[in-house]
Design a binder for this molecule. Structure first.
Ligand code: 13P
Length: 250
């Protein structure tokens, strides 16, 4: 059976000391929960990985990105082997902010996925449409292209190490959440794509997260949907109490 997951994506927020403090608060709160129904992950800036890893006992660690090359003359980049060497278990790839602001392409993300998996990292692969694409009614095609183009060269065994996050761009940081029905519709569509390509078992076993203005007040309704297996949380992951309000929504 697939796992439920609530993952924070801190984005470019907190200094190292602030991040360590936040990670400690989240870790303590998670440790204090007797029977959590989900795994908890914090996604943090590269600079924070080692220091945050040192304070986590009950929470897994993710990087927010990795390079599309393994090593070499790529000033300022951070490779998948470097991320793995910090003890992080996950890497978030394909976030719409990376695709949009840093011109990450489907082909580039395919390479990043391969490099991350080769290092034993699990991938949280983000996909999602813009408001314009939804208005044009091409959102299903956009999501299909993103998933097929960067993931469908993988084997079924490799897919076991991939979590998919559906994040409609129009709902990220805007306060406008997709309704639980809108999110469920896309999650079911994604699971259908996985079933067509890899069969029912892989489709059933793949965790699909929702991201975009998810907060304590709407998490339970979203997570109650059959194909929504948790959340990728931006703004609300920056306060331990808010994040825990989502973690405990299952
Ligand atoms: P918000 O929760 O701030 O809308 O961000 C969602 C997101 O982009 C998580 O990756």
């Amino acid at each position: 059976m697939r796992k439920n997951i609530v993952a924070g994506n801190w984005k470019m927020n907190t200094t190292v000391p602030e991040g360590v403090k936040l990670a400690q608060e989240v870790n303590e709160a998670v440790a204090a929960q007797a029977a959590l129904k989900c795994d908890v992950i914090v996604g943090v800036p590269f600079t924070h990985l080692t220091a945050v890893k040192a304070v986590l006992t009950h929470v897994a660690l993710a990087a927010e990105n990795c390079a599309d090359h393994k090593s070499g003359a790529y000033t300022g980049e951070v490779s998948a082997p470097m991320v793995a060497s910090t003890g992080a278990q996950y890497v978030i790839l394909g976030h719409s902010e990376r695709r949009g602001y840093y011109a990450e392409t489907i082909a580039m993300l395919k390479d990043k996925v391969d490099l991350a998996l080769a290092e034993g990292l699990k991938v949280i692969f983000c996909c999602g449409e813009s408001l314009d694409e939804r208005k044009q009614n091409i959102h299903f095609g956009v999501i299909k292209d993103e998933i097929e183009g960067s993931l469908f060269h993988l084997s079924a065994e490799q897919m076991a190490n991939v979590v998919i996050a559906y994040e409609p761009i129009w709902a990220i940081g805007t306060g406008e959440t997709a309704t639980a029905e809108q999110a469920q519709e896309i999650h079911a569509f994604i699971r259908g794509l996985l079933a067509e390509k890899y069969g029912e078992q892989v489709a059933d076993d793949t965790t699909i997260l929702y991201g975009g203005s998810c907060k304590p007040s709407n998490a339970a309704e979203l997570f109650a949907k059959p194909d929504i297996d948790g959340g990728l949380i931006g703004g609300a992951s920056l306060k331990a109490a808010d994040f825990m309000g989502i973690v405990t929504a299952f």
